[in-house]
Design a protein. Structure first.
Length: 274
């Protein structure tokens, strides 16, 4: 898994190279995310073979996978939209109008959707799939969740434009995803929400994600006011408003699933025990 993380450097180099070619630039996020998702899939498959487990055992066995995945996507879009609306109403996010129209809007929207789905699949599989299962055997589910959520935040530290609140929101998101894993016993909702949230940031509203603004976005926006309120170059994830947003999402997850099923560990964890 460390090897998978190490490939971020050559993948980022490939991404940078593709951005200098107008024909390839639009495909660069899809290619980069696809490579990373494939690598973590291969690494997980190897470890599953060693442990004599199905490769889907690490968070991807769920009879309700489609409904949870779709609910996650919808939840991510709604949650980020609510955060953006709150910032807009307070004057901390200014809308400058449409940036894309017609065919360009559809093509960028579709390609960015695929890219963010692959990115979500990569990050959730890497940090809350096999690694979560393995660490749980040694330190318990929630200690593993805390450690990997901190690692999730640490991976964002090198990003330009990140802020302390932005890093805190990433760690908080990791814990929310772990809560959904604990309650639903799968990662489908987490992958959906992760993808829907990032797609809304980067394409729909054109706000910074990990401190960067995507090259193709439907609306053009810019922050206004103090950094702690607007998020500044970090985007909405750097605003103090992201903290209650994450709290509401976590509460929604708890209300939706805590009483519906017997309290037991996720299949991803049980699968690693003989």
């Amino acid at each position: 898994m460390i090897g998978v993380l190490a490939t971020r450097v050559p993948v980022n180099y490939l991404l940078h190279s593709m951005k200098h070619n107008p024909r390839l630039e639009v495909w660069s996020p899809v290619v980069a995310a696809g490579i990373l998702a494939l690598l973590v899939l291969v690494a997980t498959a190897i470890m599953a073979k060693i442990e004599a487990r199905p490769v889907l055992s690490y968070g991807f066995i769920d009879k309700r996978k489609l409904s949870r995945f779709v609910l996650g996507i919808a939840g991510g879009i709604v949650a980020l939209s609510a955060l953006v609306l709150a910032l807009k109403m307070r004057g901390w996010l200014i809308f400058d109008g449409r940036a894309l129209h017609g065919k360009s809007a559809w093509s960028y929207g579709l390609l960015s959707g695929v890219a963010f789905l692959l990115t979500a699949l990569f990050e959730e599989s890497l940090l809350r799939g096999y690694l979560q299962s393995t660490l749980t055997r040694g330190v318990g589910f929630w200690w593993a969740a805390v450690l990997l959520s901190l690692a999730f935040g640490a991976t964002h530290l090198p990003n330009r434009g990140e802020s302390p609140i932005g890093i805190l929101s990433v760690v908080g998101a990791g814990l929310v995803f772990c809560l959904s894993l604990w309650l639903t016993k799968s990662l489908y909702w987490a992958v959906g929400l992760h993808a829907g949230w990032d797609w809304s940031q980067s394409f729909l509203y054109g706000v910074p994600d990990i401190g960067q603004v995507a090259s193709g976005h439907l609306f053009a926006t810019h922050p206004s006011g103090g950094l702690i309120w607007s998020g500044g170059p970090t985007g909405p994830e750097g605003s103090i408003y992201v903290i209650p947003t994450m709290a509401v999402i976590a509460l929604g997850v708890w209300i939706a699933w805590s009483q519906r099923q017997p309290r037991k560990e996720p299949a991803a964890i049980l699968a690693t025990r003989s």
